[in-house]
Design a protein around this ligand. Structure first.
Ligand SMILES: Cc1cc2nc3c(=O)[nH]c(=O)nc-3n(C[C@H](O)[C@H](O)[C@H](O)COP(=O)(O)OP(=O)(O)OC[C@H]3O[C@@H](n4cnc5c(N)ncnc54)[C@H](O)[C@@H]3O)c2cc1C
Length: 265
């Protein structure tokens, strides 16, 4: 049973400081809504991700992108090499940049600063483990025992969202819905790319239910493979890193990258 909330720590609590949470926190704070944003991690924190977004965000969010580009090394991509399961490939080349790539560790930290600069109070290292709500508002409980109250809650806590579970929006995932993925971000001096303007994506890599990708960034290359979990467990075997290293060997043989995988990255 919850007690009626009489004092509030904020109008809105935002759970999660990834792109969704930081944008929500920034937007609310700019409109004068008192906002507390909580994340279980301490930033800068990494996030498994290719770190590629459509170039159109520069048009959609011009002011935000100007701000971010002063803080985050952002790289322009104007070519996309797509490989079919058969191994046949096609290269799409545009005059204008098509994608922007960056490291999530940098991008997310800079976005969180934007929320903070707009007036949101950010609390890091706060893992939410309990959510209670009644008609007076919402109370969240952190793993370390802290409790915060607000009139409303925004769930931006990613794919395993505790907020979505508390709201009955998801009950988790079955094995058939999950994938296993590897990635490394290795400096360009160690793992070079043949064409820094081109990203490479193999859809249905080798005809398997999965993918492989190579995304050049400003100072590093981000590469990885991913497979549907049931296929990986039942058919592929081997440790995930074995497939990752083999993918990069193949990319090297095809001339997409120069060098080999570094398991420490
Ligand atoms: C392998 C891979 C490659 C991808 N590549 C791309 C790509 O190239 N381009 C692209 O656009 N998208 C890509 N994505 C998808 C992209 O990463 C997500 O869509 C994006 O990160 C979602 O942002 P978000 O803010 O909703 O959640 P997240 O970025 O996941 O942020 C959620 C935040 O909530 C916090 N959190 C979680 N639980 C709690 C809790 N209980 N208490 C407090 N805090 C909590 C986490 O620490 C995290 O900081 C990729 C995803 C994967 C897995």
């Amino acid at each position: 049973m919850t007690s009626q909330i009489t004092t509030y720590d904020a109008d809105v609590l935002v759970i999660g400081g990834g792109p969704a949470g930081s944008l929500a926190g920034m937007t609310l704070a700019r409109r004068g809504v008192s906002t507390v944003l909580l994340d279980k991690k301490v930033f800068p924190r990494d996030k498994p991700c290719g770190g590629g977004i459509r170039h159109g965000v520069r048009r959609r969010f011009p002011e935000l992108m100007r701000h971010l580009e002063q803080r985050v090394p952002i790289h322009e991509i104007s070519k996309v090499m797509m490989e079919a399961p058969s191994g046949a490939s096609v290269l799409a080349t545009l005059e204008e940049p098509l994608y922007l790539t960056f490291r999530r560790i940098d991008f997310d930290a800079a976005l969180l600063c934007c929320a903070q600069d707009a007036g949101a109070r950010v609390i890091e290292g706060a893992r939410i483990v309990a959510i209670e709500r009644d008609d007076t508002g919402v109370t969240v409980g952190c793993a370390d025992g802290r409790r915060l109250t607000a009139r409303a809650l925004v769930g931006a806590d990613g794919v395993n969202s505790i907020v979505a579970r508390a709201a009955g929006l998801t009950h988790g995932f079955t094995n058939a819905e999950l994938a296993i993925d590897t990635m490394e971000e290795t400096p360009l001096e160690e793992l070079g790319v043949a064409d820094p303007d081109a990203i490479y994506v193999a859809y249905g890599y080798k005809g398997w239910p999965g993918y492989g990708y190579v995304f050049p960034k400003r100072c590093c290359v981000d590469a990885g493979v991913g497979f549907l979990l049931p296929f990986f467990k039942e058919t592929l075997g081997d440790a995930p890193y074995e497939h990752h290293a083999r993918f990069l060997q193949e990319m090297s043989a095809k001339g997409v990258v120069r060098g080999s995988s570094n398991p420490d990255n």
